[in-house]
Each structure stands twice: as C-alpha cells, then as structure tokens.
Design a protein around this ligand. Sequence first.
Ligand code: NDP
Ligand code: MG
Length: 381
Amino acid sequence: MKYISLLGATGSIGTQTLELIREHPEQFQLTAISAGRNIGLVRKIISEFHPQLVSVQTKEDCTTLQEEFPTDIQFVYGEEGLVEAAVYDRSNIVLNAVIGSVGLYPTLQAIEAGKKIAIANKETLVTAGHLVMAAAREKNVDILPVDSEHSAIFQCLQGENMNEVSRLLITASGGSFRDLSREELKFVTLEQALNHPNWSMGSKITIDSATMMNKGLEVIEAHWLFDLPYDKIDVLLHRESIIHSLVEFHDSSVIAQLGTPDMRVPIQYALTYPERLPLQSAKRLNLVDIGQLHFEKMDMDRYRCLYFAYEAGRCGGTMPTVLNAANEAAVKAFLEQKIPFTRIEELIEKALERHHVIEHPDLSAIREVDQETRQYVHTLL
Ligand code: NDP
Ligand code: MG
C-alpha cells in the first residue's frame, strides 16, 4: 500500500493523481494533501478521499475549513503547513506537484524524513538540484521522475548501465507557437499562449512550453536526475508527443518510450515503480492510426529560453536559480497581462546578465538569490 502525501493536490498533476488513487483504492491511500487557494476543490477532496492532514496557503482558509470539518483532520497552512504535509508520518511517498520553487524546502524536508519522492515539481531540481540529489544520496531516498520525458528516460534505463549511455534525447512538442516566426511572436495573446496543442496542463507550464523554457528546465532536471553533463543531453522537436524521450547507448543502439500523451502514465509509474499497474482508462497507442511521426532539429536562435537554460545549467552555481526565479516572475507578469509574450525572455536575459554567480550555494544563498531575482524582475516591469 502506498500512503501518499500529495503536494499541489488541486492542480493539473494533483487532480490526475487523484484519478489514479480513485482507480486503485486497493493500492493507494491519500494521507495528506497541500493546496493553494482552491478551497472549493479542497472540500471535495476531503469528502471523497478523507486525508488526515490538509495544508492550505492562508490562515483564513485554514480556519474556515477547520470550522466546516469538525473531525479529526489536522488543518495547517503556509510554508510550514506544506512541510507538515511533506513529512507526515503516515505517508511513505510524497508526490510533489506544487508549482514553482516553493516546492524546494518541503522536498528537502521530506528527504530528511526518509520519504520516497515522486517529483513533478521541476523548479525544485532546477533551482537547487545539487542540494536535492546530495540529500537523497545521503538518506538513500529514491527521487522518481513524474515529468513525462524523465519518466521515459528512466524507463529506458531500467537494467542499463549509466556508463554505457552516450546521450539523452529529450523530445519537445514545440508548444502553442511552434509554427510562428520570432516576428509573429510579438503579437500573440495570453489566450493563444494558453492553448497547448497536445497537453492539458497548469497555466505556468503551458506558458513555459510556449517559450520553450519548459524544455530548458527539463534539460537541467535531466542533468540532475541522471547525473549526465549537458553535452550529453539533446533536445529534439517532435510535434506529435508520442515518443516521450530516448536514450542512445555507446554501441549506437537507441531505446525510446512511447505512448499517447497522458500524464497519468508517468505519475502512476513513479508511484508504483518498480512495478506497473494496469491503467484501463488510458488510451492505447495506435501507430497505424498515427501513421507518421516527425522530428526536427531544435533551433536555439528561435527558442532563446532553451539557449539560456543550457547556458545557466553549464555555468552552474546560482545561475539556474536566477533562470528559474526570473522565469517564474516573468511568466507571472505575462499571466497577469502586464507584459507581452516576448518580454518574458528579455527579462530572463537581463536577470542572467547582471548576476554574479555563487558557486556551491547552500539553501539560504539559493533562497536569497531567488527572492532578489524576483524583486529585480519586478523593478523592470
Ligand atoms: P498547477 O498550476 O495546475 O497546480 C499547482 C498546484 O500548486 C495547485 O495545487 C496550487 O494550488 C498549488 N500552489 C500554487 N502556488 C502555491 C503556493 N504558493 N503554496 C502552496 N501551493 C501552491 O500546476 P501543474 O499541475 O501543471 O504543475 C505542477 C508541477 O508539475 C510544475 O512544476 C510543473 O512544471 C510540473 N509538471 C506539470 C505537468 C502537467 O502536465 N501539468 C507535466 C510535467 C511537469 P491552488 O490551485 O489550490 O491555488
Ligand atoms: Mg515534460
């Protein structure tokens, strides 16, 4: 039985995880959840799944829920609440599906508490991959990828020797604007940006897909998860999102993982690894119906954010923290319709250019740089 702490239960990954728990009540039990501000959905989750600990973002929402559910459920809030959900003693696995670097501290605390980590929250690994992976090694804790590309790579690597890997190939659908030129990008709207051709996801990651920063974050995420240098991590444009990623070995053999685009598959694999559970509701892959798959070289001039991510990743230290924080702040401003789409990459570039990198930053240095970068981006709005 997996006793699950689900961080970000009200989000896109969170609600798909709930579908899996609903489909396999004999395998999964929801013990603790965290949410942000979507209290309406929290009420429904409590009524259906009866988690024993519930964390929300604000004290007011916490008090409201406490009054509504006079049961033995423990209600907590804020960053402390998020940590309490992550380290809850009745949970043996934490699925981290919050958005943004707010996921970092609870992840570190969950590792400290010896929980298995299923990680969807890529910003955590981007902002402080060295701290997370070192803590996991020290505590002998598994970090299991949820992101579909990393799950694909992880599945391709089962039974393989990492020393025999010559290259990872991460596929990218290209996002909402893959067929637009840089000139045309200047005039796109928020509504168009939120319309992803293949995947239905939360708004921040949908924008990240449109700027290609999502792929950049995934390159850095792959670097940490699989302990490979950036020279061995490539990105390939593949518009159908059927091949989720590939691994090339030094004898030139390539192994790929395929499937219809459905996040529940990698979420479930992370929860049940090394076993697989049936997933009756998933759509089967029919290659005859699909007929053709397409691949294109990734253009780093067209997708500036991917270029920035490789640069920041190679530089290391606090540079990926700046990349991530500037991106979070810029995407937030775009979602609030304060800036046009192309301003996102300009703000990130400015933040990266002015930063003096700190090598081997500890948690407090990371937090400081994260906050300072967000403030800097605000001054530019
Ligand atoms: P969503 O925006 O849909 O959900 C985010 C979740 O985090 C919600 O539960 C939200 O609560 C909660 N949250 C937001 N801010 C805070 C905060 N300050 N404190 C506590 N909780 C907070 O995101 P997604 O599910 O799309 O993405 C989650 C993570 O998974 C991201 O890192 C993303 O990059 C990654 N990912 C997502 C994929 C997808 O298909 N969606 C695919 C691969 C990776 P509320 O809504 O209640 O305010
Ligand atoms: Mg992905």
